[in-house]
Design a protein around this ligand. Sequence first.
Ligand code: CTP
Length: 412
Amino acid sequence: MANSASPKNLNIVLGVSGGIAAYKVAGLLRILKEAGHDVQVVPTQSALNFVGSATWEALSGNPMATELWDDVQEVPHVRIGQNADLVIVAPATADLLSRAANGAANDLLTNVLLTATCPIIFAPAMHTEMWLNDATQTNVATLRSRGAIVIEPAVGRLTGADSGPGRLPEPEQIAAVALGVMSEQDLAGQDVVITAGGTREFFDPVRFLGNSSTGKQGIALAEAARDRGASVRLICANVSLPLPVGVSITHVKSSSELHQAVLDASHSADIVVMAAAVADFKPKMYEENKIKKSETRDDLTIELVRTTDILMELVQRRNSSHPDQIIVGFAAETGDSVTSVLEHGIAKLQRKGCDLLVVNQVGPELGFGTDDNEVTILTREPASEVAVDRTSKTDIAHAVWDAVIALQAISN
Ligand code: CTP
C-alpha cells in the first residue's frame, strides 16, 4: 500500500566504494528496488574486488557503470549525477570521503558526486582508528557543511577481531534514513511520544507476567514519524528488535515504569501514541528471592491488582492542561460470540476518550510479532472509520499518521 508521505519511483544512484561492507549493500539495493525505485549502481574499481558487477547488475536490473570512459557518447560522468533524485554512497570508505570532501573527479563515482544537485547520503564504514582520525573527521565535517548527510557508523564487530565505531549500519537503517530524507515533512516541528513493546510485571527476580508484543508496530510508527519530520521519543517496554536511528529511546520494564516515563516525556508533546501492550493487572506481591517449589507446596496463588490505565490518565491530563494534544490508543481484540472486533473497538474509543483508536484483530496469524497487519482506524470527534487492508506495519504506521494529520487539520 502506498502512503501519502513515502517517496515513489525515485532515480537513486547507489555509489559503492571499496570496503568489505560492500557485501551488505546488496541487501540495501534489494530494499530500494522492492520499495519501487530505479537504482543505478556506481561502484569504484576497488569495490568490484569485494562484490562483482554480475551481482550489482542482477539485483539492480540496470547495466552498471564504473569507468569514466564507458559509453562516452552518453556523457555518463555528468548525466548520472544530473538525473539522480538521491545519491547514497555505502560503504563510504575513508578514501572516498576524502576524495569527495576535496572535490576530486578521478573516477565515475566522484564525478557523479560533483554533478548531483540532489540530496547525497554517505554511510561510512572503516576501522575505528580511521574513522576517529582527525583527517576523516575533518572530511566528514566538510561534507556535512556542504549539506551532505553523513550517517554515524554503527558500533560493533569490525572485519578483524576488533570492535568499535566504524561498522556499516544495517541496510534497513540506511534505507530508512535515505527514504526519510525524500519523504514529505508533514510532521515537521511536532513532538511525538510513542510507546512500543509489552510490559513485564515481576513477582520474583526471574518471573513475570507479560505478553507477546514485540514492539514492531511501535518501531514502525517511530520510524515513519521521524521520516515525516517529527522529533520522536520512543519508550520501549522490553523490545529486543533493532531500534531506529534518529529517535530518542527510553527503556522500561513494568507498567509503572512505563507510566512514569510516558508522563515525563509527554508533558508538552503534540502527539502521544500508546502502541505498547500494557498489563491491566500486576502481582500484588513481590518476593525478593526466587520462589522455590517445596515438598509441601502443590500450588501457588498469585493475587493480582489493577494497574493504572495510562491512556485514560493521559486523556484526563490533556483535557485539563493540553487541549490540542492528540492521543492515539491501540486495541488488540479477538471479538466474541456477541460482539465483533469493531464493536469492541468503538466501545473502547468512547470509554478511553482518546482521539484515535487503532483496532486490530489478534489471532494466530495476525497481530503480535507479525510483519503485516490489518487494522481499522477510528476517530471519536468527528466519528470516522478507515479500514486498512492487510499490509506492512510501516504502511499501517503511515496510515495512522495520515489520520492524525487529517484530524489536526480539522481541529485547527
Ligand atoms: N493501556 C494503557 N494502560 C493500561 C492498559 C492499556 O495505557 N493499563 C492502553 C494501551 O496501550 C492501548 C489501549 O490502552 O493503547 C488499549 O489497551 P487494551 O489492553 O486493548 O485495553 P484495556 O483497557 O485493557 O481494555 P479491555 O481489557 O477491555 O480489552
